[in-house]
Design a protein around this ligand. Structure first.
Ligand SMILES: [Zn+2]
Length: 244
């Protein structure tokens, strides 16, 4: 944050206020009348663009089936119609009928390591947790994690020298997805893809501030091929396992 100007800071605080208070765009645009600033804050569209520029993370957009059966990634990448419901991928105007937005993970994890407070909290996995046989206080007591620590990392058939979670900076992540109905009177469902950062102490790793959203499978139906939506994440996880 030190490299940000005072105006950049003001932009970040204004955007944080809008995000946390759920203020509508029109209400937000009225704020300068009550609380004028010098220089004045930009309009909401410019504010968003500015924050996007400061964050430096561009979301990736993928075409997906209008019924959310699958995402056109990996083996589906070149398909022109959904292999499950046969709906065409593109409309008569040649544009994709629906898109899935994926927010990159590695850039955000790298940002955490640059933040002293966050990086310190994330040392919990390597220095804070103490394994006591027979006691289950965290995922690090689990056999899955403990067995992985004995194994060498393998990616696409290549065996690496390092073992899983051997380096103190390695990050243990958990993936969760479950459907929810955004509208009370409709059957539409949407499926958020979220990541838990288990390197953080157990009392805070499920806090909403610490949960990472990767994107939302838009619905309206339950995805048939969830893996196709996870494809961009899997590519990033393989890169992380090999070492970033
Ligand atoms: Zn479909």
């Amino acid at each position: 944050m030190d490299r940000l100007s005072a105006y950049d800071h003001a932009i970040c605080w204004a955007f944080t206020y809008k995000f946390w208070s759920h203020t509508t765009d029109s209400d937000f645009e009225m704020l300068p009348f009550a609380f004028p600033t010098d220089p004045p804050l930009p309009k909401i569209t410019s504010l968003r663009s500015w924050v996007k520029f400061l964050v430096g993370i561009e979301p990736e957009l993928y075409n997906c089936c209008p019924n959310s059966c699958c995402c056109y990634t990996g083996p589906h990448e070149q398909l022109q119609e959904c292999p499950y419901c046969k709906e065409p991928r593109f409309g008569s105007d040649g544009k994709p009928r629906k898109k899935f937005t994926y927010i990159l993970l590695i850039l955000r994890l790298e940002a955490f390591t640059c933040n002293q407070s966050m990086a310190t909290k994330m040392k919990y996995r390597s220095t804070g947790h103490v394994h006591e046989p027979g006691k289950s206080s965290d995922i690090f007591n689990g056999s899955n994690y403990r067995n992985l620590r004995r194994e060498h990392v393998e990616v696409n058939g290549r065996r690496f020298e390092h073992r899983y979670f051997e380096d103190e900076r390695d990050i243990a992540l958990g993936l969760s997805t479950d459907g929810f109905a955004p509208f009370k009177r409709r059957k539409n469902t949407a499926w958020p893809l979220i990541i838990f950062n288990y390197n953080l102490p157990p009392e805070i790793h499920f806090n909403i501030d610490n949960i990472l959203s990767l994107g939302v499978i838009p619905g309206p139906k339950k995805p048939v091929d969830v893996d196709s939506f996870l494809w961009p994440l899997i590519k990033e996880l393989l890169r992380l396992a090999a070492g970033v």
